[in-house]
Ligand binder design. Structure first.
Ligand SMILES: Cc1cc2nc3c(=O)[nH]c(=O)nc-3n(C[C@H](O)[C@H](O)[C@H](O)COP(=O)(O)OP(=O)(O)OC[C@H]3O[C@@H](n4cnc5c(N)ncnc54)[C@H](O)[C@@H]3O)c2cc1C
Length: 399
């Protein structure tokens, strides 16, 4: 038997739950289906368990897309302040960690429970462990959706299945498959906000330094980020590396300034006069960390035991250059196994920036990460999920 619903949303993640709650509040019947055994798994994992749910400084230049203007309308109409208002309405305690990034004081589950509560109050149904087998459009323009739990007929269909990163959390490329089925263009997804993998000597060094971090400025493809870099068993991670990974392409070299706060050339010359007997490893150790200094110097061909006194002008310049422009060519990234998001997705030219409805297939919507809009690290991806879901809901309520 076919079951009828006004709106069927595929994906009970950040965008799907938000859209479901807002649409059902207008009186529409809404069913949210998800193949996972739990809703909002990425929300639970997010922000190290504290969900970085938005940012004080949401601006379009913090998003990557083949059409950088697309995100503006939704972000302007449902802002970070609107979401903060919702969080406050539910009495969820939160704080700014740094750089405008807003986190829960307690647990990510506060945000998930808030969304589930909004869905329950509005009357949006959620059906888990349900996979989609086929989607067809009937002559009347409604959607016939065959699922593992039966066939549904929906006036509107919303795809909110996110991106393919972290498949163990239920992530899939299903949204791209649906887009292609309807002839919509999809930009090939690429893992982003993802750690780098190194090889040979640099990998050995990273393994030894695993767990150590320092503040750097990393540059690539004309973009720079100043934040922490973390050495891992496989390579480089930490916020600076995750951010630049969204701009890095295979084969490119990263330029890393290990001492962004000082002028190493001047500092070396000053300290050579003041403390000529100081060893290179001690000098660098006070600016980086002793452990990083001891590992990095020999890898770069400098003698950690040499005193400042023995360095001539050219050697000091070489050292300063190496510190300010450490050239690192990653072998690759850790890929979808650990990536926070995927770049690419459904081409925004296929969608209305006001409603997220596809131009070619009336009644079919894409919201959240599945589309070609990817935020920086820092709460920007969740804000896109909230804003795009809100924009779609305004249209779904009317239809
Ligand atoms: C470890 C981690 C930490 C993160 N931390 C942050 C953070 O702190 N701040 C931030 O802004 N962003 C963060 N992100 C990114 C953020 O989680 C995503 O951008 C956001 O969840 C996207 O929302 P969405 O609703 O589009 O997709 P999702 O939240 O991923 O939801 C998609 C849903 O669709 C379901 N689904 C997938 N395929 C199918 C299918 N075939 N059939 C049925 N259902 C399906 C999934 O099970 C899932 O429930 C993090 C991501 C990860 C992986």
């Amino acid at each position: 038997m076919k079951q009828k619903t006004d709106v069927l949303i595929v994906g009970a993640g950040a965008a799907g739950l938000m859209c479901g709650a807002l649409t059902a509040a207008s009186g529409k019947s809404v069913l949210i289906v998800d193949h996972a055994n739990k809703a909002g798994k990425k929300i639970l994992m997010s922000g190290g368990g504290r969900c970085n749910f938005t940012n004080y400084d949401i601006t379009p230049d913090r998003y990557l897309s083949h059409n950088p203007h697309f995100c503006k309308s939704a972000l302007n109409r449902y802002t970070q302040w609107d979401f903060i208002g919702l969080v406050d309405k539910h009495g969820i305690p939160w704080h700014e960690k740094k750089d405008g990034q807003l986190f829960c004081d307690n647990k990510s589950s506060d945000v998930l429970e808030m969304l589930l509560d909004e869905c329950a109050r509005a009357g949006a149904s959620i059906q888990l462990k349900t996979s989609i087998e086929a989607i067809e459009v009937s002559d009347s323009g409604s959607f016939l959706v065959q699922t593992s739990s039966g066939v549904y007929v929906a006036d509107k269909l919303v795809i909110a299945t996110g991106g393919p990163s972290i498949p163990t959390l239920g992530a899939s490329g299903f949204g791209y498959q649906v887009a292609r089925q309807f002839g919509l263009k999809v930009y090939e997804p690429v893992a982003a906000l993802v750690p780098f993998v190194l090889t040979s000597q640099l990998k050995q060094m990273s393994t030894v330094l695993s767990g150590n971090a320092c503040r750097v400025e990393v540059s690539c493809s004309g973009r720079s980020f100043t934040d922490d870099m973390l050495f891992t068993h496989r390579g480089l991670s930490g916020p600076a590396m995750l951010q630049i990974s969204s701009y890095w392409q295979p084969g490119q070299t990263l330029s890393i300034d290990l001492l962004p706060e000082i002028n190493a050339s001047e500092q070396l010359r000053t300290d050579q006069h003041k403390t000529p007997k100081q060893r290179l490893k001690t000098w660098l150790g006070q600016h980086l960390s002793q452990k990083i200094s001891e590992q990095w110097l020999p890898v770069m061909g400098f003698d950690p035991e040499a005193t400042l006194a023995v360095l001539n002008g050219r050697q000091m310049d070489d050292m300063a250059n190496a510190l300010h422009q450490w050239q690192v060519k990653p072998a690759g990234t850790e890929g979808y196994r650990t990536a926070e998001v995927a770049l690419g997705g459904v081409d925004t030219d296929e969608l209305s920036s006001r409603t997220m409805e596809t131009k070619r297939v009336p009644g079919l919507y894409f919201i959240g990460e599945v589309m070609d809009v990817t935020g920086h690290l820092g709460g920007f991806n969740f804000q896109w999920a909230w804003s795009s879901a809100w924009a779609a809901a305004q249209s779904l309520k009317e239809g």
